[in-house]
Design a binder for this molecule. Structure first.
Ligand SMILES: Nc1nc2c(ncn2[C@@H]2O[C@H](COP(=O)(O)OP(=O)(O)O)[C@@H](O)[C@H]2O)c(=O)[nH]1
Ligand SMILES: [Mg+2]
Length: 452
């Protein structure tokens, strides 16, 4: 097995420190040909200060080195981490030196691949590393961390155990092919299939939420012209992103910005005022864009000026959004106004605020946070997190469904077991057991960057 080397920190710009990783049987030996510490004997899991000397015997930099003896390391092999100053030039010179001294440059994802091959991580955990590093919100990172800890893998392992159990029961019957399955046993088998299907359904439903955590929850701010949409949009962003005037039709396009509320990533969309009768071609386009957005948003916040209430437009717009996805927001509550009538519409939530004075804004933020946090609470484990995992789990679900159909049809136990065994393969593939390494490399590791 080669000893591989790469820079594991970002090389896009300079930083305080940068870390180089070496993994393989000769990691320590090669490191000690370049990194010199006053301590002669390097022990495992200890930090040593020293100097890094390049091929021309010049001191390149000083820094720290840690040696982690196999199997107690990320890759499961002997592993060395050297931290030097984070200048990409210094780091790449150090890597070149280590290559001259006997290491080979790592391929993208090769450290993770070795962790996988040595059984330190399963495939879902490997995928979680990439997701953890790429997380755009703290909630997304938290879920990826749970997957990396093996929480989702455990659920898959439990599904595998239950499937094995069912298979054993079927296989017991295979020995008596001439007898029909006892009706009581048949009921039991069907129940077990149903349980497997229910468990995979629950896990599958986490996918949409996990995707939301990375793409963000889309919140559309809509309403009549001059309702105060852009003022609210700016207040939530904390910047004057959208132009605010008292001239109706100021916002003609949709504007999108990201905000974070309690670790959740929310995409706020400000839209053109809803004025279906407008003759202005630009405003018309703006409105049709807003209507397009309506179909995909997670929440519609309809802004209605409390000092000038109007319900007609809302009735039209609301027809295309289910009730649990629409909120009614009375704006400009700082203005003197009669107590507004309750809108004659089925709504999820009604609240009042003044984007100008700030009154009610914090409550609105909290409502948004609550609204979206309930959606992720029920992700057990860490859910499933990419198309590969989803497709395999769906295939497993289908196999369980076919198995139950097959049982109900009184097919031969062999046939029934065959179907279920196919399903079992899908679970194995999720974790990367008995898998074709070349295919896995192309699909997964090659998408990583070097050093991971
Ligand atoms: N008094 C008061 N005026 C507001 C408030 N929000 C917006 N406005 C005013 O209402 C007008 C229209 O605001 P704007 O945000 O451009 O509305 P939009 O057309 O819905 O985007 C501007 O003159 C704002 O200053 C508010 O909370 N209180
Ligand atoms: Mg506007």
């Amino acid at each position: 097995m080669d000893t591989i080397v790469a820079i594991s920190t970002s090389t896009a710009s300079a930083s305080g420190i940068g870390v180089i990783r070496l993994s393989g049987p000769k990691a320590k030996e090669i490191a000690q040909r370049c990194f010199f510490s006053s301590e002669k004997k390097i022990q495992s899991h200890r930090v040593y200060y020293g100097r890094f000397v390049d091929v021309n015997e010049h001191v390149l930099d000083d820094g720290l080195m840690v040696f982690m003896k196999s199997p107690k390391s990320f890759t499961g092999e002997d592993l060395v981490e050297i931290s030097l100053h984070g200048n990409p030039l210094i780091l790449s010179q150090a890597v070149e030196t280590l290559i001259v001294r006997g290491a080979r440059l790592a391929r993208p994802g090769e450290f993770s691949e070795r962790a996988f091959l040595s059984g330190k991580l399963d495939l879902m955990q490997v995928e979680a590393i990439a997701q953890l590093i790429a997380s755009g919100s703290s909630e997304e990172a938290r879920q990826a961390r749970r997957r990396l800890d093996g929480k989702s893998s455990l659920l898959i392992t439990q599904l595998m155990e239950k499937t094995t159990h069912l298979l054993a029961q079927l296989e017991a019957d295979i020995d008596f092919p001439e007898e029909d399955i006892d009706p009581d046993v048949e009921d039991q088998l069907l129940q077990k299939c149903q349980e497997l299907m229910d468990l995979s359904k629950t896990l599958l439903s986490s996918y949409a939420h996990i995707q939301k955590l990375s793409s963000g929850y889309h919140v559309l701010i809509a309403g009549l012209p001059n309702a105060g949409k852009s003022t609210l949009f700016n207040a939530l962003l904390g910047s004057e992103r959208a132009i605010v005037t008292d001239i109706a039709g100021t916002t003609r396009d949709t504007l999108e910005e990201e905000i974070w509320i309690e670790g959740r990533n929310i995409r706020l969309i400000d839209s053109a005022g809803y004025a279906p009768q407008t003759q202005d071609p630009i405003e018309k386009q703006g409105i049709s864009r807003m209507e397009d957005k309506l179909k995909h948003v997670d929440l519609l916040c309809w802004i209605c000026d409390v000092s000038d209430p109007d319900f007609e437009a809302a009735h039209k717009i609301f027809a295309s959004v289910p009730p649990h996805r629409r909120w009614w927001i009375w704006s400009k509550t700082d203005l003197p106004s009669p107590l507004p009538p309750k809108p004659d519409l089925e709504l999820d939530h009604v609240l009042g605020l003044s984007a100008k004075s700030g009154q009610g804004l914090e409550a609105f933020r909290q409502d948004l946070q609550k609204r979206f946090s309930t959606q992720v609470q029920d992700i057990e484990g860490g859910g499933i997190a990419n198309d590969r995992q989803k497709n395999l789990l769906e295939a497993f679900y289908q196999s369980c469904f076919q198995t139950s159909q097959s049982i109900a049809r009184h097919d031969s136990p062999e046939l029934i077991a065959f179907e279920l065994r196919q399903g079992y393969r899908n679970l194995q593939d999720m974790l990367g057991q008995d898998i074709d390494m070349e295919k896995v490399y192309d699909e997964i590791f090659s998408t990583f960057c070097v050093g991971k």
